[in-house]
Ligand binder design. Structure first.
Ligand SMILES: [Zn+2]
Length: 98
């Protein structure tokens, strides 16, 4: 899965690369038909039924970043949003055309 790494900011917005729908903003998150998952280090907020697991999946000792890096999906793009130091909290979203 291709990965785009971004540093979080107060004004960061992520739009779906396929339809332009607003996926993440300071006001919150939302998903469109292309969203594969929306997650933070605390867990999955949304998981598409295109994937073989649901929000309650066991990460098997991996961090959320590692777990989502390991998801195999054709032509998917992952966005990883990292908070600046000293707060390393991360947010993770992925999109795929189909
Ligand atoms: Zn979309």
């Amino acid at each position: 899965m291709q990965k785009v790494e971004l540093t979080d900011s107060q004004i960061l917005k992520i739009h779906c690369p396929f339809c332009g729908s607003l996926a993440l903003s300071p006001e919150g998150t939302s998903h469109c038909e292309h969203t594969l998952y929306i997650a933070s280090d605390e867990g999955f907020e949304y998981v598409s039924n295109k994937l073989q697991f649901n929000e309650d999946v066991d990460l098997d000792e991996k961090s959320m970043d590692e777990f989502t890096d390991d998801i195999e999906y054709v032509n998917a793009v992952k966005f990883a949003i990292y908070q600046p130091a000293p707060n390393f909290f991360g947010g993770y979203l992925a999109f795929a055309k189909e």
